[in-house]
Each structure stands twice: as structure tokens, then as C-alpha cells.
Design a protein. Structure first.
Length: 95
């Protein structure tokens, strides 16, 4: 796998939806981080849209690709996470 999870073939514009490869990568990064349990259910994985100033110039070519993920723990707790696909890391998880 490449050094980042950004699918350059399908991410033609920074506001394009996440590709299947990017969605799978976001799930993988979260699972490998140890910040969610093995029993967690992934409710949704979508583009975490970049800030407007990151889109200025060159069609936002340098904007970081991030995923916004909603998860559900078996005990009834809902989590929200942001995963940087460009940096292969969890930016944050909120309960």
C-alpha cells in the first residue's frame, strides 16, 4: 500500500466523495489505532470537508483528505472520529 491512503485516481477535487479505498483505509486506521473497540459498528464514513481557505488556489490541490466517521459501541455509546487519510492517523475521537 502507498505511504498515504488518498486514492489519487478518484480524488480529482478535494470535495469529491471518499472512494471505496479511502473508506476502507479510514476504517483500517481507526481499528489499528486501538482507540475503538473490536465490537464497534461503523455507522457512516464520509468526507470531512476541508476549510474554505484550504481550497483557495489550484482547485485546493494541497487540501488534506480526511474522513468523518460515526461509530456505535455495543454498550450504546456513539463516537465521532476524524481520520487523516493524507497522514494515516486518527486526528481525534469524541464520545
Amino acid at each position: 500500500m502507498s505511504s498515504t491512503y488518498v486514492d489519487q485516481r478518484t480524488a480529482m477535487h478535494p470535495l469529491d466523495p471518499l472512494s471505496a479505498t479511502e473508506i476502507e483505509a479510514a476504517v483500517e486506521v481507526l481499528r489499528e489505532s486501538g482507540r475503538v473497540s473490536d465490537e464497534v459498528r461503523f455507522v457512516s464514513v464520509a468526507l470531512d470537508e476541508p476549510l474554505k481557505d484550504q481550497l483557495d488556489g489550484a482547485n485546493g490541490a494541497g487540501a488534506e483528505r480526511r474522513a468523518f466517521v460515526v461509530l456505535r459501541e455495543p454498550v450504546g455509546k456513539t463516537l465521532e472520529a476524524v481520520v487523516s487519510l493524507s497522514e494515516r492517523r486518527v486526528v481525534g475521537v469524541e464520545h
